[in-house]
Design a protein around this ligand. Structure first.
Ligand code: IPE
Ligand code: IPE
Ligand code: MG
Length: 252
């Protein structure tokens, strides 16, 4: 276990999986009299720094929400700029991520992405597939509802093919068909930018995640705020439906 908390305070081991809704790039840009795209570019620098910080903190999985199913509704100029940025960042960062032992994994509706971006994604995943120091999951064209639908569709196809009985479809089966399959669920969700909502992120996987809402706009997010989030997490008692007494007895 990590450092002792003051008496009576629960103390968690550090989160294995952190998920982040990186929000506030547009507002950051307006407060600096810049176009929204400048906010997204600044956001990439922070994503890079937070990836490094999480590797150093021993986090096993970092999932970053980069573009939601609903973000397609933004003006074409912003959407195209973001897609170009993803292509550019992948190209630029993949070697360094690989050198640092990071495995890249993408979740989202790939068929909605350009051929070029899909190729870059496939190449980045293939190149880093053998890495085990940390998994960096990038959610692009991702929605929690999309995820549940695509899982249900694949399970239904197996049932129709006669490979599975409807009675055998349970939480574990559905979970194995979801985008984060094989990874531990997020322990800690951080949302920056002040909004206190999930915005169709990992709906299934967040069932027992601790939620940390930060007022800081994503381009201003840094180590001090990450460490506030970690402190918040450390002080939670995770009960998973049990009573405090039961949880304390289990910890002894
Ligand atoms: C998050 O920042 C990045 C994406 C959704 C792509 P926003 O672009 O939503 O920034 P705000 O919320 O408008 O400030
Ligand atoms: C959530 O942010 C999506 C990402 C950070 C990628 P939004 O800015 O799209 O969320 P809403 O629209 O404020 O709920
Ligand atoms: Mg936003």
């Amino acid at each position: 276990m990590g450092s002792e908390m003051p008496s009576g305070e629960p103390s968690q081991p550090p989160p294995r999986h952190i998920a982040i809704i990186m929000d506030g790039n547009g507002r950051w840009a307006s407060t600096h009299d810049k176009p929204r795209h400048a906010g997204h570019r600044a956001g990439v620098r922070v994503a890079r720094a937070m990836t490094r910080a999480c590797v150093e903190a021993g986090v096993e999985v970092l999932t970053l929400f980069a573009f939601s199913s609903e973000n397609w509704q933004r003006p074409a100029e912003e959407v195209n700029g973001l897609m170009r940025l993803f292509v550019e960042v992948l190209q630029r960062e993949v070697n360094e991520l690989h050198a640092n032992g990071i495995q890249l994994r993408f979740i989202g509706a790939r068929d909605q992405l350009s051929e070029l971006l899909r190729r870059r994604i496939a190449a980045a995943e293939a190149k880093t597939a053998g890495n085990a120091r940390m998994t960096l999951v990038l959610a692009v064209a991702y929605g929690g509802r999309w995820d549940i639908v695509q899982a249900a569709r694949r399970v239904a196809a197996k049932v129709r093919a006669g490979d599975m009985d409807p009675q055998d479809v349970d939480e574990a089966v559905l979970g194995r068909h979801l985008a984060l399959s094989g990874l531990p669920p997020p322990d800690l969700l951080i949302r920056t930018g002040g909004e206190q909502r999930v915005s169709n992120f990992l709906l299934w996987d967040l069932a027992y995640t601790e939620l940390f809402f930060s007022p800081v706009l994503w381009p201003d997010f840094g180590l001090p705020e990450l460490s506030r989030a970690m402190d918040f997490f450390r002080q939670r008692q995770r009960r998973f439906g049990r009573t405090s007494g039961q949880v304390e007895a289990l910890a002894d």
